[in-house]
Design a protein around this ligand. Sequence first.
Ligand code: B12
Length: 352
Amino acid sequence: MTTGLLQKRSGIANRIQSGKERIAREVNDEFFLRHPDWKERYGERGIRRGFEDACFHLDFLTAAVAAGNIPAFADYATWARRMLEARGIAPAYLAENLRQLGEAAANILEKDDREFLSPIVLAAVSACERPLPPSESPESAVAIFAQALLTGNRNGALNIARAHLNEGQTVKDVYFKLMQPAMYEIGRLWETNQITVAREHLATALAQFVMAQLFPLLIREETIDRGTAVVAGVQGELHQIGALMVADSLESDGWQVSFLGSNMPHWGILEALRQEKACLLGISTSILFNLPKAVDLIQTVRNSCPGVSIMVGGAAFKATNDLWKEAGADAFAPDLMAAVSVARQFSKETRA
Ligand code: B12
């Protein structure tokens, strides 16, 4: 994170991160002391999971502090609440745990710095206490496609996608209107404990298979050369379907695209930008706790490849309106359709 307030918030976040394991251990031990029945019910494994969960909460908390983003951690609390409630853990326990973590984190900060933390923790605690927003089911075509993915039904999934093409939709439409909501639905089913992690992985693998089958059918803009774009998921990020959809969509719009996948080391991205003589870098970040890495990457690219424009996207950047500006990017696009039009302002012919 770069200047002024952003740098200050980042410093506070780093201080909490550096004490993460100690805070998580102390808070978890205290929690199990307060609730001795939990130890009986969940045993040593439960204590270990409690510690891991506390670390996870702190990862999201520090990312929200660094981004100065109160709703982001409240959204996370709503998500964690749904996850835990679906697994038989009442929201009051999560609220208690978050409050404890907030207090322990505040204790290692200077008094003045606590104001950057407390509203974020408070918003998350109240998100655990108010009625849960409904978790909506998708329309039927999407639900059926999601079921085909979840049951590993390759032919079924492929046929549904092809049927949409036969009805006149483009590959981009299928990505955006069918596959993306189906993946969101799969996430919702996992979050609410209706499917296992194995099913989610099966569905993800199959979704990538379907995309690979559709790729040759992508209509390309043959007459225009917009230049070369590199698209990658930031280091630590494992989600890559969204970035791949963006990469394919840019390619269909006349870009030469190098898609590097997710969890890319930053030096590797720089190497690719130079080798490919790219004029655009697309950075994907889904998980809030990877945001600081994205900011580092943007800074590194600014210093080492000043001619490259940077467009960011992914769920982490959707948390607050102007986060991408603060992070130092040139542009943000919320989805593949927007990415295509936003990227055009950075193309060769626009720059010339
Ligand atoms: C598949 C999946 C995984 C797979 C990913 C495998 C892969 N090869 O991609 C695996 C199993 C690895 C995984 C891991 C995790 N996941 Co996950 N995962 C998902 C899931 C179900 C689908 C992701 C997806 O493909 N979405 C569809 C794409 C098309 O949508 P998209 O990413 O938003 O992309 C669009 C836009 O954002 C934008 N965009 C994206 N990138 C870019 C880049 C640029 C440049 C631009 C301009 C635009 C842009 O355009 C895209 C197309 O329109 C989501 C559910 C969801 N809501 O997305 C959960 C989800 C994202 N995961 C979640 C979680 C918690 C995790 C883990 C932390 C779980 C864990 N405890 O380990 C880890 C984190 C790993 C990490 N370090 O990154 C949560 C996040 C919750 C939160 N509050 O942040 C979600 C929302 C699930 C849920 N509902 O609970 N996950």
